[in-house]
Design a protein around this ligand. Structure first.
Ligand SMILES: Cc1cc2nc3c(=O)[nH]c(=O)nc-3n(C[C@H](O)[C@H](O)[C@H](O)COP(=O)(O)OP(=O)(O)OC[C@H]3O[C@@H](n4cnc5c(N)ncnc54)[C@H](O)[C@@H]3O)c2cc1C
Length: 445
């Protein structure tokens, strides 16, 4: 069997590795327009801030490593066409066009950063960040700058803004909505992070779309906001979201949903023998029970496992998503899973919500840090969301809540669950238990 995979990012290259783990005979070809495979875009902000010293350190494997596993990888190769009836693709490498047959095709084409329609986006010094080369160009340009503006205050925007601050730049982080991280955090939780960013010297501008970028001699210099105010910007990062790359899927005849390629829970598209994974597909939301997008490295890697098992004839299902996320800026970790209160309300779900401030260690133990936990339940007490901010131990609790939501636990059930405890690492009553106990009080149970 011949498997052709378009895309060498988290989705594509993990699909290749997973197939090889299950089957030594299948012919596998991975094609990517990038000049590297197997690197972590998630680590780019930490190379900018010098926490990780070189972009080379975030490349985990080379083409030779894959060749040694009998996986062919074609770099700097553009796939230009898919013929799903003849079962072949066309690619161009070094100016030469080649047709390649497949038995199974996996589209792992990812997404492209969204470029907002504003004047001046084509000036020098305006960047999108997606690939390793994007990261290198940004780092080179930033070294000759005094100020930087990041537009879009989602996870990537915040991480990059903080990295620029670490590089010694004057930084403005702006978001057209009235809060940062609007997809994952409610305004009260987002405020804690905003205050922290401000305390670290970052200018945070909320609720103000940029109307224009102005330049001098072709280089960006100033951003103009809707209210007429301006911010210095020797460079601008567009972190305004990702749009799925759908050209090849459309050519193949795949059904496309509201945002991306439609796939079933085995990652099969509507076209026989064509599969898709990663940022280019829609996922099914465990809570809303409708499609959503989950453009996360973790989702791409899990989907890659499912598609590999499917192709190798194993039973596998991709579970609905909860979009659990975690990030760290400076000393603050923050994470979220499931729905925010605002999102629940927009979807006509009556949300019962409580927030507590607990501690990360026993009260008397040195360096116990505040931990803010917000829990969102539906009208029956079933947990549907959680947001946590603290200086330590956020990720493990987000994972616990992900499990609780997946198992459809109620706040009453979680409040009786067993949690491990020792003074240096937790409170005798875990912050999660304190939070669900508080929300339980709002029910006549
Ligand atoms: C700065 C940054 C930080 C992030 N941080 C996190 C994080 O902390 N946690 C997390 O879970 N996620 C994070 N993400 C998101 C995560 O990186 C993506 O969700 C993940 O990379 C998606 O993988 P993918 O394989 O679907 O797409 P991509 O990694 O975008 O790969 C797409 C591939 O398709 C190829 N391609 C597309 N079209 C063609 C074509 N026509 N011909 C040839 N090749 C083609 C591209 O060259 C590329 O190799 C971050 C992303 C960025 C940019």
């Amino acid at each position: 069997m011949k498997v052709v995979i378009v895309g060498g990012g988290a989705g594509g290259i993990s699909t290749a590795s997973n197939i090889r783990k299950l089957d030594e005979e299948i012919e596998i070809t991975v094609l990517t327009r990038d000049n590297k495979v197997s690197y972590s875009p998630c680590a780019i902000p930490y190379v900018l801030s010098d926490k990780i010293h070189s972009f080379d350190d975030i490349v985990m494997r080379s083409v030779d490593d894959y060749n040694a596993k009998n996986i062919e990888v074609l770099l700097e190769t553009e796939v230009t066409a898919v013929d799903s009836k003849a079962k072949n693709i066309t690619y161009v490498k070094d100016g030469v066009e080649t047709v390649l047959d497949y038995d199974k095709l996996v589209l792992a084409t990812g997404g492209s950063p969204f470029v907002p329609p504003m004047k001046g986006v084509d000036l020098n010094g305006v960047f999108k960040i997606r690939t390793l080369d994007d990261g290198k160009q940004v780092k080179d340009w930033a070294e000759n700058c005094e100020s930087a503006l990041v537009t879009g205050a989602g996870l990537i925007g915040i991480e990059i803004a903080y990295a620029f601050k670490q590089m010694g730049l004057k930084v403005t982080l702006c978001e057209m909505l009235p809060q940062i991280v609007p997809r994952s955090l409610d305004p009260d939780m987002a405020r804690i992070i905003t205050d922290y960013l401000i305390s670290e010297g970052i200018d945070v501008v909320l609720g103000q779309p940029i109307t224009e970028l102005k330049g001098e001699e072709g280089n960006v210099k100033t951003a103009v906001f809707e209210d007429g105010s301006e911010a210095d910007a020797d460079m601008v990062i567009l972190a305004t979201g990702v749009r799925a790359e759908l050209g090849l899927a459309r050519m193949a005849g795949c059904d496309i949903g509201r945002w991306a390629i439609l796939v079933n829970d085995r990652m099969a598209t509507s076209v026989p023998d064509v599969f898709a994974v990663g940022d280019c597909v829609e996922s099914y939301s465990a809570i809303l029970r409708s499609n959503t997008v989950s453009q996360l490295g973790t989702t791409a890697v899990r989907q890659a496992k499912t598609v590999a098992q499917t192709i190798c004839g194993k039973r596998s299902r991709f579970n609905p998503v909860l979009n659990s996320m975690v990030s760290k800026v400076g000393k603050l970790e923050f994470g979220a899973v499931g729905l925010t209160r605002s999102f629940a309300q927009q979807n006509s779900i009556k949300a019962v919500v409580e927030k507590v401030e607990a501690l990360t260690r026993a009260r008397y133990y040195p360096n116990a840090k505040p931990m803010n936990v917000k829990v969102i339940c539906d009208a029956d007490g079933t947990i549907i969301g959680c947001q946590i901010i603290a200086e330590e131990r956020v990720a493990e609790r987000i994972d616990t809540m992900t499990l609780a939501i997946t198992q459809e636990l109620t706040c009453f059930e979680l409040s009786n669950m067993e949690f491990a405890y020792a003074p240096p690492v937790s409170m005798v009553t875990d912050p999660l238990v304190l939070a669900v106990e508080e929300v339980s009080k709002k029910f006549n149970y």
